[in-house]
Design a protein. Sequence first.
Length: 340
Amino acid sequence: MKTMNEQKQMKQQHHPRLSQFNTIQIYYHYFVLFMFGVFRTFLSKIITMLGVHDPTAPPKGFVTLFSGFDNFWLNWCYGRVSSCYNRPITGVPGTHIEVLERETRDDGLTYDLTGNQIRSLNLGSYNYLGFADNQGPVLESSVEVLDQFSTSCSGSFLEAGYTSIHKELEECIAEFVGKEAAFVVEMGYATNSTTLPAIIGKGGLIISDSLNHASLVIGCRSSGAAIRTFKHNDTNDLERVIRKAISEGQPRTHRPWTMILLLIEGIYSMEGVICKLPEIVQLKKKYKCYLYMDEAHSIGAVGPRGRGICDFHGVDPADVDILMGTFTKSFGAVGGYIAG
């Protein structure tokens, strides 16, 4: 286990704070963009009053798709910076990608391709380790396996769909993440949405991070268990929610919960935030809860040995009851796994 000083140094290294100067610049640029939008809205109204055609108005006989602030943002703010988003690419999204160059003549309302391609460094793909490229040992091994096994088992695991290679994969995953056993699921999203209802049900309590992935949310709602949320990655608020849940018990009967399951992610994909696993493990032990951690974006990508958040923080995998991960990110494949 790492000392508290080592953990603080690691957090400072991997979570650099944005300087005040950069923060002010960001807000200033948004302010300028917003003010330009207000000014152009004012001019648009004057032009419309003078009888000149407004290019942002809907065609005759059609209603405006957006109204209020949405309409203002899309017409006068987003359009001016839309070239930064939704960039068309071609080829395999490997370490580098070919971006299709485009140009606009109407301030971002429409774009035309120029026919040129720009080779760019790819920082927007889940292909973290490059295993999904169209060349290399992973592709070669996949082709070799196809000579022995088909592309589909044509059935579920319960109906002759379980093969020796599935068993080998599950044993490999369990060993890799440091757990006794594992099982695989054909879809990463379904790994959470179908497994959680099998783990916990009526009479149980799920305490979930407020920014957990949609697959976890669907799994929670499908389980029939009570659900509480805590502020994103805030261990103080998590402890407050746990204490209140234990003291109050189940609604109406106030009986103890049959199970309290803490639900977190290793790395929160939309925020890029690494969970405070050591502190959460301490709370889990203190209040005798169970811990379920989604490592879709952390397994293979972080830690000295690439074995996820436990490896990153130096936490014993045995302290996390259930480890979930997917093969669609670092491993360049499909499906997911549950290890425990």
